[in-house]
Design a protein around this ligand. Structure first.
Ligand code: SAM
Length: 305
């Protein structure tokens, strides 16, 4: 693929680079904010699953000027620094990471917790949805420890078979729960965002990290909610109708008459998981599969490139 073809196929990818965002996801948060005014009155925020950092960039700009530590960003992967953003590298499903985040907000709760977390998808829809739901529950668990009453929680969800169960779990803690689909999120993707406003835990609820909300005994048949326990939340699309359609390919010269000029990525990945493979490839030591007619079993060996 030529380096300009992705720019042509994905207008938000291209605009992200032109506007200095590290990822096209920035537009999702900006379009969610357009609809829900997420940043109004926000001075402290947590960005869970933050790498490469475009949501943290948005947060730092929108609630900026508050000094370092007012945005805390967490991810499994290392992230290049962003002014005003304190970084924690860790797994949000792990107790140690949750404790580190919570420590930071003791006595000074956060107004907003966002989570754009996505597990590595397997292509097995039920497995992917389950993993996504577990990530969301881990994020919700952290949110119950750090959010101030009335605070807001926004998290990526997969609108799969069991999504009403997640809505019900979220409604226990928030007075308003909506499902939102920004224009920059492709229609072809089951991704959407749960926008939960008005943090209001049930009376007597005590956040407890030793009893995480992670659902270890998940049973999709047992967990189906219907009748009065079934919650159907409003579905909202957001992003101005005049904004670009993320499922369309656009010409490289856009309607505003500006001439296309290639823009390199804003922040190349630092220590990406494929780095080792790249180094091995450069040295001609990348393992290659050998399929031999004589050999009934595939053999993996190291071959010069
Ligand atoms: N919002 C980000 C941005 O604007 O740049 C993009 C987030 S990306 C779609 C999803 C991220 O989730 C990945 O960086 C991945 O490392 C992170 N992630 C997945 N599982 C995680 C976990 N258990 N703990 C922390 N981060 C996780």
């Amino acid at each position: 693929m030529g380096r300009t073809s992705k720019d042509k196929r994905d207008v938000y990818y291209r605009l992200a680079k032109e506007n200095g965002w590290r990822a096209r996801s920035a537009f999702k948060l900006l379009q969610l904010d357009e609809e829900f005014q997420l940043f109004q009155g926000v001075t402290r925020a947590v960005d869970l699953c933050a790498a490469p950092g475009s949501w943290s960039q948005v947060l730092s700009q929108k609630i900026g000027g508050q000094g370092s530590g007012h945005v805390v960003a967490v991810d499994l992967q290392a992230m290049a620094p962003i002014p005003g953003v304190l970084q924690i590298q860790g797994d949000i499903t792990q107790l140690s990471t949750a404790k580190e985040i919570i420590q930071h907000f003791e006595g000074c709760p956060a107004d907003l917790v966002v989570c754009d977390g996505a597990p590595d998808v397997t292509g097995l829809h039920d497995v992917d949805e389950y993993m996504q739901a577990q990530l969301l529950l881990a994020a919700l668990n952290i949110a119950t420890h750090v959010l101030k009453p009335g605070g807001c929680f926004v998290a990526k969800i997969f609108r799969g078979r069991d999504v009403t169960l997640i809505y019900s779990q979220l409604r226990v803690f928030f007075s308003s729960v909506l499902c939102a689909k920004p224009r920059s999120s492709r229609n072809s993707s089951i991704e959407a965002f749960a926008v939960c406003q008005g943090y209001d835990p049930p009376q007597g609820f005590l956040p407890d990290l030793t009893k995480p909300l992670l659902d270890h005994s998940y049973d999709p048949d047992f967990n189906q909610l219907d009748g009065p326990t079934r919650i159907i939340v409003p579905f909202v699309t957001c992003g101005d109708l005049s904004s670009y359609d993320s499922d369309r390919s656009y010409p490289l010269d856009l309607e505003d008459g500006s001439e296309y000029k290639y823009t390199p990525p804003t922040q190349p990945p630092i220590s990406p998981p494929y780095q080792e493979a790249c180094t091995l490839k450069k040295k001609g030591r990348l393992a290659k599969e050998i399929r031999s007619q004589d050999c009934p079993i595939n053999t993996v060996d190291t071959l010069p490139q």
